[in-house]
Design a protein around this ligand. Structure first.
Ligand code: FAD
Ligand code: EGO
Length: 452
């Protein structure tokens, strides 16, 4: 085994998991001149034709883009993404209403997961293997390929092996490691909406949303002019539907406008192609062991997909790590604890926000409420751009730390409450002149302050 002596030899980093975050991390470490190896259990997606993944396309936003920019990949990825300038809310009657994201020119991108993964792994200098990681210790990982065991030593092991991380399992055996996971009652299923006469079946530059409380569907555009529709509903409801006719009946009730677009026959068969998939929220801390091992991406924090931030947060993990590496001169013994200190509160905040959106949307949000809330957000932001920035905007279009976005949101809620009280007093003055006598003309704003 080669010894690393100070600066003379390259430090060796083993990245476990060649998914989105692992692949991006490999770019970051390679760029720093480290000797990088990526280990992945699935077959090499750079060669594989069909890639079975979790979701087909994803919403890439500012945080993810900033990380890509740092490794010089932003343009390449963005050029193959489809901009979504607004949400398109579909009501039950089939009416479509666009609501732009905050300011003009702001958009999120629909990107192809497999292509993104491939681009991040292509042309890199590291070795890529198909091996099963089964045990990890502090300084070495053990691989099992074709029944034989091999031990790989590294200066740093980066666990990017997803929500069911094998690396994280080793953390669980240790003392003072916090861990929690929650499966939500909803599952998801992806359905493809084909092009019509060679064109997109709906307007392409939107994030299409069908908010129906418990039942939710979204659609993101693909380069081949299809849309990938993702249906979210409780497993219980998925299980109730057992025949093709019941599928149509269900869509007739909740998503009637999509039946002709997806196609009756396609719906009847695609629904039964794959069972609904589970969604889990995972939080843990710390993210590191000594100066040897660190978790990033879903391995550190799986979030439910109701904010479109899972990958973006994972990419930002890599960027934050990179920034700390700069600050602390690549000294893992200080970089790793600092990364945990800085990143845990933010990752926990986005996990909470995503869960909050899930709870909120399933309980209250139909198409009317969605439109109303987003319009009020946009109006308030327009009137008081310095004071009110919608939470969705802070999360999606800025690099405001997630936990600070939450703090700011709480403060804004107080301002909103204050404005609501002012409005209420105004209305009272208007409708009940006796109020003026009662308060002897005192300014309603002052009174509102008392209420606050
Ligand atoms: P993964 O993508 O899960 O990659 C982990 C990799 O590790 C895999 O390739 C796996 O094969 C490999 N692996 C596992 N175990 C081992 C092992 N023992 N040894 C070696 N390799 C191993 N995020 C967004 O930002 N925007 C969205 O719009 C969005 N939409 C989503 C929609 C759905 C339905 C879901 C489920 C998620 C969505 N996400 C979204 C979240 C996003 O998919 C994840 O956050 C992202 O894939 C995390 O990347 P990762 O590399 O950490 O994990
Ligand atoms: C009132 C109205 C309260 C993911 C609206 C909360 C999420 C939530 C899953 C959208 C956008 C990217 C997404 C908005 C809300 C992706 C997203 C949003 C979904 C579902 C998603 C928005 C993939 C919640 N962003 N979002 O503001 O447009 O608002 F609908 Cl089910």
């Amino acid at each position: 085994m080669e010894e690393t002596t100070g600066r003379s030899t390259k430090k060796k980093v083993v990245v476990v998991g060649g998914g989105l975050v692992g692949a991006l991390n490999a770019c970051f470490f390679a760029k720093r001149g480290f000797d990088v190896e990526v280990f992945e259990t699935r077959e090499d997606i750079r060669i594989a034709k069909v890639v079975k993944g979790r979701s087909i396309n994803l919403a890439l936003s500012h945080r993810g883009r900033q990380a890509l920019k740092h490794v010089g990949m932003e343009e390449k990825i963005v050029s193959k993404g489809i901009p979504m300038h607004a949400r398109m809310i579909h009501s039950l009657s089939g009416k479509q209403s666009p609501i732009p994201y905050g300011r003009k020119g702001q958009f999120i991108l629909s990107v192809d997961r497999a292509n993104l993964n491939k681009e991040l792994l292509t042309g890199k200098i590291f070795f890529y293997s198909s091996a099963k990681v089964f045990v990890t210790y502090v300084a070495a990982i053990f691989l099992r390929s074709d029944g034989s065991n091999e031990q790989i030593k590294a200066d740093l092991i980066v666990g990017c092996d997803g929500a069911f991380s094998a690396i994280r399992k080793q953390f669980l055996r240790r003392s003072r490691f916090n861990y929690s996971q929650t499966y939500i009652p909803h599952g998801y299923m992806e359905l493809t909406m084909p092009p019509i006469n060679g064109e997109f079946a709906m307007k392409p530059n939107y994030l299409h949303i069908w908010p129906r409380n418990t039942f939710m569907m979204i659609a993101l555009p693909n380069l081949d002019k299809t849309f990938t529709c993702t249906l979210f509903m409780p497993f219980e409801e998925f299980e109730k539907i057992t025949t093709g006719d019941e599928v149509i009946e269900f869509f007739q009730k909740y998503f009637p406008d999509t039946i002709p677009l997806i196609g009756v026959d396609a719906l009847k068969t695609d629904y039964f192609r794959l069972p609904a998939q589970a969604m889990v929220s995972i939080k843990c801390s710390p993210y590191h062991i000594g100066d040897k091992c660190v978790l990033m991406g879903d391995a550190a924090h799986a979030v439910v997909p109701f904010y479109g931030q899972g990958m973006n947060a994972g990419f930002e993990d890599c960027l934050v790590f990179e920034e700390i590496m700069d600050q602390l001169n690549e000294d893992f013994s200080t970089v790793l604890p600092e990364y945990t200190r800085v990143r845990v509160p933010d990752d926990h905040a986005i996990a909470d926000l995503a869960m909050y959106n899930y709870v909120e949307m399933r309980a209250h949000v139909n198409s009317k409420w969605f439109l109303f809330r987003k319009r009020v957000d946009n109006i308030l932001h327009f009137l008081m751009p310095k004071t009110i920035t919608p939470l969705y905007t802070m999360v999606t279009f800025t690099r405001t730390r997630y936990h600070e976005a939450v703090d700011s949101w709480h403060w804004q809620n107080k301002v909103r409450h204050f404005l609501k009280m002012c409005l209420l007093f105004r209305l009272c003055h208007f409708f009940f002149p006796a109020y003026n006598l009662l308060f002897r003309g005192r300014c309603s704003f002052c009174l509102s302050i008392l209420v606050l």
